[in-house]
Design a protein around this ligand. Structure first.
Ligand code: S3P
Length: 168
């Protein structure tokens, strides 16, 4: 089975994904890392030099490749489910889990990390939290299509692993 973790930037998809993969005895793949390794370019450079459209094309391409794996947990990028028919592809290929977090929790987490995320570099005249609040609201309609939604702040990965194996 494939498990896709979706959620906003900073929601902890990669950290939870690695733990979940261990518990399920599955492999782990991170879509952003995969794009960087396979394309030989950094995400920030793809955005800066070629633009978001090219990034979304690569994201779709490598998502399709990862969908051929078996028994893996795949951490996606925050925008992955919101473009093209990526959500449809993920739902067809496995179980999609949304790691949900409030805009204020995300803003706290994202302002603490060194900010290399291209989409958060320029929040214009808005505070980081306001920007996230609006952006998250636009994305909720995609995130909301997940098969399972869990709270990122009180995430019990063991419980999630049990839930996923019982509905396999
Ligand atoms: C993006 C999220 C990033 C990365 C890219 C675009 C987005 O991944 O894919 O910068 O559109 O939300 P993380 O969610 O791992 O930061």
């Amino acid at each position: 089975m494939l498990v896709f973790l979706i959620g906003y930037m900073g929601s902890g998809k990669s950290t939870a994904g690695k733990k979940l993969a261990k518990l399920l005895d599955y492999g782990f793949a991170d879509l952003d890392d995969h794009i960087e390794k396979r394309s030989g370019r950094r995400i920030a450079d793809i955005f800066a030099i070629e633009g978001e459209e090219e990034f979304r094309r690569l994201e779709r391409l490598y998502l399709e490749k990862l969908c051929n794996l078996e028994d893996h947990v795949i951490a996606t990028g925050g925008g992955t489910p919101c473009f093209g028919k990526n959500m449809e592809l993920m739902k067809r290929s496995g179980k999609v889990v949304y790691i949900k977090m409030t805009a204020s929790a995300l803003a706290k987490r994202l302002s603490q990390k060194d900010n290399t995320r291209p989409l958060l570099k320029n929040t214009g005249n808005k505070s980081l939290e306001n920007f996230i609040e609006e952006h998250l609201a636009q994305r909720e309609k995609y995130y909301g299509q997940a098969d399972v939604a869990v709270s990122g702040l009180s995430l019990d990965v063991k419980e999630l692993a049990q839930q996923l194996s019982s509905t396999q």
